[in-house]
Design a protein around this ligand. Structure first.
Ligand SMILES: [Zn+2]
Length: 299
C-alpha cells in the first residue's frame, strides 16, 4: 500500500502561508508590518476564534485593529506571509474593547470555513496555547522573555531556551480482511466509535508506540503496519500520525480504563451512512479519513 505522494492536506494543516522564518529576527521589518494597514491579525479569545459580528473584510476572523484604535501589539506572534501580507496571532482574552465579537471553538468552524483559513487558525491556536503555558523557566522559575517574533522564549536568569512544542500521537485503523476495529472513549460524543490512538512516549519509536497502544487497548498483536498520513491537531498541541495495521481476527480484550467499548465492524455495516450501527468521528479528523480511506477502497 504505497503512501500517496500528495495526499489531500488534512483540515488544520497550514496551506498557502509562507512562514518566512528569517523575518522573525528582523525587528525593523516586523515593526513596519505591525503598522502596515495590509497586515492581518488572527485574534483568539481564550483560544477560541473571535468572529466579528460585522465582518470588516473577506476574513471574518481577522480583526482590523486600526478600527480598534491601535497598531498590532508587540505580543502578537508573527505567523508568516499570506499573499504577501504579514499575518499575526494575538490572544485577546474574553474582552475586546470596541468590537462586537463572538468567541467560537475552532472545531465548530471546521464545516464552515475554507481549508486555508482553518489551517491559519489552527497554527495561531497552537502557538497561542504554547505562549500561554510557557511563561516561566522550568529550570530556575524566572519570567521568560519573548524572542523571534514569538517563536522562542528565553530565560534571563539561566539562558535556557524554550521552543513551541508539538506532541506526536499515533492513530491507527486496525483491520482484518473485511473487518476493522473501532473503539469508544467515554469522552466521545454519544454513539461515536473511532480509531485507536495514543501519545508516543519518550524513548519510543512510532512503530513501538502503535504496537503498545493496540496491545494495551484491545489486546491485539499486529502483523503489518503502514504509515498513511499526518494531521496537525492543535487541541491543544498534537501531531497525529496516521497508520493502518493488520491483525488476526480474534476476540478483543478491552482496557476498561481507556475505552467504554471496542468492536470489530464489518465493512458492510459501515458503508451505508443511513444504516450504520454507530456514528463515525467528525469529518475534520484524520480518524474519519483513515476509516473512509479503508471503507471505500473495496476488497
Ligand atoms: Zn531559567
Amino acid at each position: 500500500m504505497p503512501i500517496p505522494a500528495n495526499p489531500p492536506p488534512h483540515v488544520y494543516t497550514t496551506i498557502g502561508l509562507e512562514r518566512a522564518a528569517d523575518r522573525r529576527r528582523d525587528g525593523a521589518w516586523l515593526a513596519r508590518r505591525r503598522r502596515d494597514p495590509e497586515s492581518l491579525v488572527v485574534a483568539l479569545g481564550g483560544l477560541r476564534v473571535l468572529i466579528a459580528d460585522r465582518p470588516q473584510g473577506p476574513d471574518p476572523f481577522a480583526l482590523d485593529l486600526r478600527a480598534l484604535g491601535g497598531e498590532i501589539p508587540e505580543e502578537a506572534i508573527f505567523l508568516g506571509l499570506l499573499d504577501g501580507r504579514a499575518v499575526f496571532a494575538l490572544e485577546l482574552g474574553d474582552e475586546v474593547p470596541g468590537a462586537e465579537v463572538r468567541p467560537v471553538e475552532l472545531r465548530a468552524l471546521a464545516p464552515l470555513l475554507p481549508a486555508r483559513e482553518l489551517g491559519l487558525l489552527a497554527y495561531a491556536r497552537a502557538l497561542l496555547h504554547w505562549a500561554g503555558m510557557q511563561r516561566f523557566c522550568g529550570r530556575c522559575g524566572s519570567t521568560l522573555r519573548v524572542a523571534e517574533a514569538g517563536h522562542l522564549r528565553r530565560c534571563p536568569g539561566c539562558a535556557a531556551e524554550f521552543f513551541p512544542r508539538t506532541d506526536p500521537a499515533v492513530i491507527v485503523l486496525v483491520t482484518a480482511g473485511e473487518h476493522c476495529v473501532l473503539g469508544r472513549s467515554p469522552r466521545f460524543p454519544p454513539g461515536v466509535y473511532s480509531t485507536l490512538a495514543g501519545f508516543v512516549e519518550p524513548g519510543e519509536s512510532l512503530e513501538a508506540a502503535v504496537a503498545r497502544e493496540i496491545r494495551e487497548e484491545v489486546g491485539l498483536e499486529l502483523e503489518e503496519l503502514v504509515y498513511r498520513s499526518s494531521q496537525p491537531w492543535p487541541f491543544p498541541q498534537s501531531l497525529m500520525l496516521g497508520f493502518r495495521a493488520r491483525a488476526r481476527f480474534s476476540p478483543l480484550r478491552i482496557d476498561a480504563d481507556e475505552l467504554e467499548d471496542a468492536r470489530w465492524f464489518h465493512r458492510r455495516e459501515l458503508l451505508d451512512e443511513g444504516r450504520r450501527p454507530v456514528r463515525l468521528p467528525a469529518a475534520d479528523s484524520i480518524a474519519r479519513y483513515l476509516i473512509e480511506e479503508w471503507l471505500f477502497e473495496g476488497g
